[in-house]
Write a protein that binds this ligand. Structure first.
Ligand code: SF4
Ligand code: SF4
Length: 382
């Protein structure tokens, strides 16, 4: 794959990832919640139309552990690929440098500060919207600015502004904890950016790549944990050597032997732990769903009158009261039923929809904690 083709893919990936994270807080799923949102008050994660409850300490621990192991696994293979390809910090830092760099020298600093302000505003708001829906956050800002959420937002905004305006890529080299931890995670087979194997003697020592490296390292002396895989050195070297009929002597290398291998004890251990954690998580998330409603049978006991047997299960460790409503018109008796923590119950309900009702019967069940489930009872004659 040519460098320009890979750069295009990189830009598309970055653009897609950043756009997704900017847009996601505005997307609502069919259960009325955000596509991805953490409800800190109720300790719930809304994730792609699912609700993960965190009142179960075990599930919370599994989620955190799984993220940690996936993170370690990806780093063991690809090194700091996240930093150059997806990290919002490096994306915005690079954008600010590139955009301000296009202006005349006198205006560059002022433009960089303005862009830092704008980026910090966008990112800090975006971050908060993963916890508070955008409309509620804006309403709160207009009506009672000064609450805890707005103090947190102000701190994030100021920190990001200072980072983008004055620290930039130096964060990646000196401050980012990921860079420090990478020393423990990567090994001699991890992917890195550096002089391509076999092309070392084609370097003309022009030092253009060294001058352009945003984290101020020598790309010819990598692997270096400060490298963020931004590819600036690759593009720079390509520009220099293409004028001489060659191509970049810097690129991606698979570790010291230049070949990808999975036969690495550390990689296999991490992969096994991540797989085990995934299985445990899926099982436990399924088990800790706040409410399960199933129905065994639906009998018509007269025109517009039905009797259904429902199986209920309270998946959480708290007592709850479930309230039923017929979504498409009608009544249900009993309308409420109480369930103890983790209790399973079988009940019979009577449904009256009226003779004119057509189609299947949709029962909406809402727990006292606000979790909603809808079951569709398919009509059939008995
Ligand atoms: S060595 Fe190359 S890829 Fe790594 S940070 Fe410097 S310019 Fe970016
Ligand atoms: S830009 Fe390329 S040729 Fe110039 S010093 Fe760097 S690696 Fe060598």
């Amino acid at each position: 794959m040519t460098i320009s083709c890979r750069r295009r893919i990189l830009r598309i990936l970055q653009g897609t990832a950043v756009s997704f994270f900017l847009i996601a807080p505005f997307i609502k799923t069919s259960n009325g919640n955000g596509l991805i949102r953490f409800d800190a008050e109720r300790l719930r994660l809304y994730l792609f139309n699912n609700i993960i409850t965190f009142d179960n300490f075990f599930v919370t621990s599994l989620v955190i552990l799984l993220f940690v192991f996936i993170f370690i696994f990806v780093t063991q293979i690809f090194g700091r690929i996240w930093c150059g390809w997806f990290c919002p910090q490096s994306f915005f830092s690079k954008l600010i440098t590139d955009l301000s760099g296009k202006l005349k020298k006198n205006y560059r600093r002022a433009a960089a500060v303005f862009l830092a302000l704008l980026s910090a505003l966008i990112l800090s708001l975006n971050w908060m919207w993963y916890f508070i829906p955008p409309a509620d956050f804006i309403y709160g800002a207009v009506n009672h600015f000064g609450g805890t959420a707005y103090i947190i937002w102000s701190v994030i905004f100021i920190a990001l502004f200072l980072d983008f305006a004055f620290v930039g890529f130096l964060w990646c080299r000196y401050l980012c904890p990921y860079a420090k931890m990478q020393t423990l995670m990567s090994d001699s087979d991890t992917l890195y950016v550096g002089l391509l194997k076999g092309d070392e003697d084609k370097c003309i020592n022009c030092l253009a790549c060294v001058r352009k490296c945003p984290v101020k390292i020598d790309p010819r002396k990598t692997p270096d944990n400060a490298c963020v895989y931004c590819e600036t050195c690759i593009v720079t070297c390509e520009k220099v050597l293409s004028k001489r009929g060659g191509s970049s002597v810097i690129g991606y290398n698979w570790g010291s032997v230049g070949r990808f291998t999975v036969k690495r004890a550390n990689l296999l251990i991490t992969m096994s732990i991540a797989l085990l954690l995934s299985v445990m998580l899926v099982y436990n998330v399924f088990e800790s769903r706040p409410l399960f409603v199933k129905y065994d049978s639906l009998y018509e006991s007269g025109v517009g009158n039905y009797r259904a047997e429902l199986k209920l299960k309270n998946g959480i460790l708290k007592n709850t009261i479930v309230t039923f409503d017929i979504e498409n018109g009608g009544t249900v008796e009993p309308r409420t039923v109480s369930l103890k923590a983790k209790e399973k119950k079988k009940i019979t309900v009577t449904i009256r929809t009226g003779a004119e009702h057509s189609g299947d019967i949709k029962i909406k069940a809402v727990t006292s904690g606000g979790f909603t489930d809808t079951i569709i009872l398919k009509k059939r004659n008995n």
